[in-house]
Structures are given as C-alpha cells and as structure tokens.
Write a protein that binds this ligand. Sequence first.
Ligand SMILES: *Cc1c(COP(=O)(O)O)cnc(C)c1O
Length: 461
Amino acid sequence: MEWNWKTIIEPFKIKSVEPLGITTRAERETALEQAHYNLFNIRAEKVLIDLLTDSGTGAMSAAQWGGIMVGDESYAGARSYYNFEAEIKDLTGFDEVIPVHQGRAAEKILFGAIAGRGKYIISNSHFDTTRANVEFTGAEAMDFPVKEALDFDKPAPFKGNADVAAMEKFIKEKGAKNIPLCVMTVTNNSLGGQPVSMENLKAVRELCNKHGIPMFLDCARFAENAYFIKLREKGWAGCPVREIAEQMFELADGAWMSSKKDALVNIGGFLALNNKEWSAKARQMLILTEGFNTYGGLAGRDLEAIAIGLREVLDENYLQYRIRSSAYLGEGLLKHGVPIINPPGGHGVYVNAKKFLPHIKPQQFPAQALACSLYLEGGIRGVEIGTLMFGKRGKDGAFQAAPMELVRLAIPRRVYTQSHIDYVIEVFAWLAKRKKSIKGLEIVEAPAILPHFTAKLKLAK
Ligand SMILES: *Cc1c(COP(=O)(O)O)cnc(C)c1O
C-alpha cells in the first residue's frame, strides 16, 4: 500500500503481550553491582528495554504460530522440511538446501569442507562467528571494507560495500587457488549493519568470475539489505523488494543464513548452494554434528516457522517500518547531540562512546561505562563493542585500547513500539546533559578468551 503520511506506524496489531521488567533505580544499582558491571550477567527480567541483540529476539506472527502447530515432526522426510526447502529454493535459486540449528553451524560445516591451513577467505567483513569458524580450520579471514565505512560521522548510502580494488590486489598477491571463497555479508553486521549495493555485489561477482573464485552471501539480513537497495540505489526504486532479493542471490553461488534475524524466528538457519561436491561434504558433517538432512538440528515446527518468516520479511510494509524504526532512533539520538555511526544501520544504532565520553580514557572502557549508565538510569540494555569486547592485552595483561568504542542498540523485530523508542531517546537526552558525571570502569578479573561475556568490573576511582 502507498503510504503518504509522515508517521510510519507499526504495520501490525498485538495479540499476545509480555510484561516488561520494571524496576527502581535502587534495584538496578544493586543488580549492576551484583553483575560486576557486566550486562551479560543481568537477569533479563530486570531489563526494561532489551537492545542487547536482534538475534532470535523477534516476535513471530499469528501465521508462524499456526505453522508451529502443524509442524511435521517426522524424523525423515517431514512435510515441514519440504515446505522449508521449497521456500528457500524459490527465493535463492540454489539446488541444495541444508537446514542447521543456527548460522554458525552452517559456517562450521561449510568451512570444515572447503577451508584449512594456507587458505584465505575474503569478505567485505566477516561477522565474528564467521571469522572464528574460518580460523578454526587454520585458514585466514581477510576483510576488505570500503574506506567510508570507517568514517562514522559522514553518511554514505552503502557503507557495507567491499573495496574491490583492495580485494583484487590481495587475490593477485596470494593466488586465486589459495582462496576457496569470497563472502559478502549482507547487511554488514560488524561495521554498523550497513548495506551493500547491487552495483558492488555485481563488481565483486565480476572479480570472482575473473579469478575463478566462488562467491557466497552471508545473508542473515538479506531483506533489510534489499530494502536499502530499493531506497538508496539508482534504478531500483520501482522494483519489488522480493525481486531485488532474488537478484542478489542470483549473483551468488551459495548462501548461508542465521534465520534468527530476517527469517523472523527464534532459532534456525540454513546453508544453500549449487556445488554438489561441497554440499556432499557439508552433509557428512551435518549428520555428524547437527542431524539428518531433513531436519539439521531443528524441530519440524521450526522449519515451518522459517518458511513462513522468509515470506513475511519481504512484505514492504514491514520493511518500511523496520528500517524507519532504526532511522527514527538514530535521528532522535543525533538531535540530542549523541554521536552515532551515521546513517543508522538496518538492525540498530551504534553509539560512538569515544566521542560522547571524551573524559573517559579507553583503558577505563568508555563504551562499557555508557552501557552501564544506560541500564542504571533507564533499565535499557545495549552491548559494548570496544576495548572489553576486542580484548587485546599487552604483556603486562592490561587491556589495550580498541580502535572503536561503540554501544550497539540492536532492535528486536516486531517487539517494541515507537513509545519504547521515544523512551530510549529521552533517557539518552537526559544522560547527554549529565555525561560528565559518567565514570569509567576498571577490571576486577577477566578471562583471556572472549572477556566481555564474563569479565568482572568495578567503578574506577
Ligand atoms: C548472527 C550472524 C551469524 C551467526 O549466526 P548465529 O545464528 O548467531 O549462529 C553469522 N553471520 C552474520 C552476519 C550474523 O549476523
């Protein structure tokens, strides 16, 4: 439907509700101390607005819950698998459709089959689980983002793009035979949920053709990416988003998806490809670690809900609302002088804590300090992407300053309404006026690997 009004409304009504975790400031102060200033240790029932992640946190539709009831739980050959397979084949055009329990399981069985020591995987940017699964095989994960991706303040329409010239230089240096795969992550999660243009996908495709390298999509947020192409790229405004998405897949040789994002479900994923040799190897690992070919670690009902979600997510009324809600949050924050990665991404807003809290030095974790203040004052939970998460240590064991200090506010799909977002903006506006009073943090103890999940901190003196 054509929408001529300024206010973009939630294009759904609410049939089932859950109470929010309403607490007092004093309760949150205690919770924060008990959690050692680590928001991963806070019980979700003590969080008012949870923007920790958009992964698996969305609300399913009545149609999806209906699908859950008719899900076929047969071990082999379940009807729900064939619905799932048909939906993915129709969307992506790939012949081999392999269900997995979530995105990283697809990465594990794919890279187990094709990567290994001496090999390189090239990408616009690897997501962290992708990088970890590439490196686990002994291969190296190389990122080639465009330069404007690293200039947070200056808006650009397609900051998720790959730097094609830099990629080509690398291919020539290392030899195409050592590069089994090029991965385009759509949207680019690690660098702010920014989209990749169709033009850039085509240029990377041509580069890969020239050197005989297959290209896959890591397509967790393919629908958000396709909608950004419609909004921002010349020549696509009149094209239905479904067709844009189909053309994105047409450029690729395969794809994997964490269905916890744009398939609008709480768990699930898939690997889809044409290469029979690769799919045969991946299926061997699938049976070893996930499950039989027609369920791959999922219940039949999950497969059914994914098939329905993949159709619903391409509804343009939904996508208009989805992209508008992160833009609305981003604009609200900018209006109150809160610096963000501009423009806002598809699945959320990334606040630049380094710029917001210049009085806190990196060794005192400004992004973590901001995330904790946001929880203390407003019961809002975001996630630090900075010195604590990157976790690089010097010889003396002290944390070394990360290149960026961000707080990601990821927006779950179809969960919060505009008044929730207005509330988040209001809390930020209040904090912006008192930001000098926000104190840094120091480490009490932190493990060597992935410290942000379990580190204990306290207020710095
Ligand atoms: C979430 C995500 C993954 C990993 O998927 P899980 O379902 O969390 O295992 C991989 N790539 C991208 C781009 C993601 O956003």
